[in-house]
Design a binder for this molecule. Structure first.
Ligand SMILES: CCCCCCCCCCC/C=C/C(=O)SCCNC(=O)CCNC(=O)[C@H](O)C(C)(C)COP(=O)(O)OP(=O)(O)OC[C@H]1O[C@@H](n2cnc3c(N)ncnc32)[C@H](O)[C@@H]1OP(=O)(O)O
Length: 279
């Protein structure tokens, strides 16, 4: 029965593991035919920073999964210590306006896709997850994070401002008060601190442990009507989704306009230099 549920690529038709697999340069997708769970792996070394190409491939992969009957999808990273370093700062530093527009639109679209998937989603956060990395995790339905890493919306530390839908993503998960304290100070939480405030749902010893725990999360829905589950998700997330859909152009204009400010470019310059000096 399970084997009929998934489309397999020709190249793996004789694979005894009966696993769907599709890999682009920056995103790998595999579906375990036995469990029905898809694993979407970001693979852009050294830090999985989210540039236009990675976001475009990620959005495409998440959309493709919508047409397959999967039990759920796990978003994770191929890197040993980093889930995602967030937006690629080089996309924002001295940008060409057309590239900056395409980049921001791809981020908006990826978030909209991930926030509204018909299938359940888990972020298996197997490394640091600042800013845009945190945003992707927040768009999933459940977050499991490996111990001793950091997560949060630290935009103010870069002299930039988290847009309203980043803030809403946070406020839909942790309290308004905690969001205010965290966002204004650009706080990055350690794994155990993130658990305490509810920013993540579970901790894990390592990536394998996180993946095993994700499987258990999906099992919660075994006895739940999938349509009822999806309609409930839409009810809970619909308002936030609609707000970005309605204000997409305004949000894009603000982003591009913001990047053109000399003070913002100066802030990014200082931050980039500090990152490089770290070594
Ligand atoms: C009024 C309202 C108006 C609203 C307008 C909108 C405003 C704009 C909103 C934009 C929102 C932005 C969201 C973001 O995601 S910004 C990115 C934030 N990310 C970070 O702060 C993370 C920075 N990186 C790190 O802290 C560390 O690199 C990390 C802990 C992730 C890993 O540490 P590690 O020691 O393992 O690795 P290195 O630091 O040595 O890094 C290796 C190389 O990678 C480069 N790097 C790191 N992060 C980034 C990045 N995000 N983008 C680009 N490049 C990155 C780093 O410089 C090293 O490069 P080199 O090898 O060349 O030195």
């Amino acid at each position: 029965m399970a084997s009929r549920m998934f489309i397999r690529s020709k190249s793996i038709a004789f694979n005894t593991l009966r696993t769907y697999s599709s890999s682009t340069k920056l995103v790998d997708v595999s579906i375990n035919d036995k469990t029905g769970i898809a694993t979407v792996t970001m693979q852009r070394p050294p830090v999985n920073s989210l540039n236009l190409e990675l976001l475009t491939e990620l959005n495409g992969a998440l959309q493709d999964l919508g047409s397959k009957k999967i039990k759920g999808a796990i978003l994770t990273s191929s890197l040993k210590t980093i889930f995602s370093a967030g937006l690629d700062i080089l996309e924002m530093y001295k940008p060409k306006p057309e590239r900056a527009s395409a980049f921001w639109t791809s981020l908006q679209d990826t978030w909209l896709t991930l926030y509204s998937t018909p299938y359940p989603t888990v972020a298996a956060i197997n490394g640091h997850s600042p800013a845009g990395g945190c945003l992707l995790s927040l768009a999933c339905e459940y977050r499991i994070m490996v111990n001793n890493y950091t997560i949060g919306l630290n935009e103010t530390k870069l002299g930039i401002v988290a847009p309203f839908w980043f803030v809403a993503s946070m406020k839909n998960v942790i309290s308004h008060r905690e969001s205010e304290l965290a966002l204004t100070s650009g706080r990055l939480y350690k794994t155990d601190e993130a658990l305490k405030v509810g920013l993540i749902d579970e901790t894990a010893e390592n990536k394998d442990d996180a993946l095993a725990k994700a499987e258990k999360f999906f099992a919660r829905f075994d006895a739940v009507n999938p349509i009822a589950r999806l309609l409930t998700k839409q009810e809970l997330r619909g308002e936030t989704i609609k707000e970005l859909e309605d204000r997409k152009q305004e949000d894009l204009d603000r982003f591009v306009g913001f990047l053109m400010l000399p003070a913002v470019q100066k802030g990014l310059d200082v931050y980039l230099q500090a990152l490089k000096k770290k070594q």
